[in-house]
Design a protein around this ligand. Structure first.
Ligand code: UDP
Ligand code: MG
Length: 321
């Protein structure tokens, strides 16, 4: 890879007015250092994507971009969620940069890992995953649930990198590849491995948020987890077929048994066993219908082909490199 190249940080921000004044100078300092080292061009930028914040995040971004040439901003028309905001930023940066790194704006991801990522990019990798070397900054509960989730995901056929969130380097051609994935249900950390290309991981230590609160309460984490599985794997559908087969087999044995009992004239009581069977089958059926419903909901969203994000305004003119 020829140096210098144009490099973009892509940073989704939602209600981060307390965080940006702390972390924006870190992004700028990193760009300046990389530029001084002759690795990146002077038109490299940090692109903040305001995901329809309700506080003054956009005003903060606009002020930063007026003050520093390194800073650019784009504002979505409304809150579309982390994954959509990230995609909006990546697709905007794709037109302007040779290489991008997506990172959260809360200072949790160690910005110095970017140097190692760029080493790998210069060595010929198109995708570099930032992987948490340890999760000591997370609560034991979050750590446990996250571990269980990664394991479940891989077992269900979703290829994803263990302990990697959305801190990753992507080259321009990897982004071109990603742009051809037109799905509406986004789960980027499961989609990027599908793009292919040479990839590797670099390890970093995740620290606590510099200010503000996490936007991922348990409810949203669960929704992301379910979305991650159902938008990338049909294994749950196969599992309910297998479950159905198993239950049918047991039912067959039960039918033979109950007919035998009937002909032996031994069929008086049996209320409890009947209740057990009825309740068990009712539960299994509802569960299976629920899994089917999850997929139908996905199809419903996909066939409508609604735009994944709309950009209301930017601090820059649309131009291509
Ligand atoms: N974020 C966003 N839109 C949302 C929620 C979050 O763009 O609807 C951004 C947020 O500003 C941050 C990143 O996504 O930069 C990750 O969110 P957060 O730090 O709250 O999640 P956590 O690190 O706790 O998983
Ligand atoms: Mg965070």
């Amino acid at each position: 890879m020829k140096t210098p190249y144009t490099f973009y940080f892509v940073v989704p921000c939602y209600n981060e007015e307390a965080v940006l004044p702390v972390t924006a100078p870190q992004f700028i300092a990193k760009l300046e250092a990389l530029h001084a080292a002759g690795r990146i061009t002077a038109d490299s930028r940090v692109l903040f994507v305001d995901d329809g914040s309700r506080d003054t995040t956009w005003e903060v971004i606009s002020a930063l971009s007026a003050e520093h040439t390194w800073v650019e901003g784009a504002r979505l028309t409304r809150n579309r969620g982390h994954q959509n905001a990230l995609l909006a930023g990546l697709m905007t940066a794709k037109e302007r940069a040779h290489v991008t790194v997506s990172i959260d704006c809360d200072g949790q991801d160690d910005i110095h890992a970017v140097d190692k990522m760029l080493d790998e990019y210069e060595g010929g990798c198109d995708v570099v995953y930032g992987v948490r070397a340890d999760r000591s900054s997370d609560t034991a509960f979050k750590r446990g649930t996250a571990r269980a989730f990664y394991r479940l995901q891989n077992r269900l056929g979703v290829e994803s990198v263990y302990d990697h969130a959305d801190y990753r380097l992507m080259s321009r051609r990897a982004l071109e590849g990603l742009s051809q994935f037109e799905e509406v249900n986004l789960y980027l950390r499961g989609m990027v491995p599908l793009v292919g290309y040479r990839s590797t991981s670099v390890y970093y230590t995740r620290t606590p948020r510099v200010a503000g609160e996490s936007h991922y309460p348990l409810r949203k984490m669960l929704a992301l987890a379910v979305n991650g599985i159902t938008s990338l794997s049909v294994k749950p559908l196969k599992m309910i077929t297998t479950l159905g087969l198993g239950v049918s087999f047991v039912s067959l044995i039960m039918i033979v048994w109950s007919l035998t009992q009937h002909f032996l004239g031994d069929t008086v009581s049996g209320w409890s066993s009947l209740m057990c069977v009825v309740l068990f089958l009712g539960g299994v059926q509802l569960l299976c219908v629920g899994v089917l419903g999850e997929y139908i909901g996905k199809i419903y969203a996909e066939v409508k082909r609604r735009p994944r994000y709309l950009i209301a305004e930017t601090t820059f003119e649309e131009e291509k490199i």
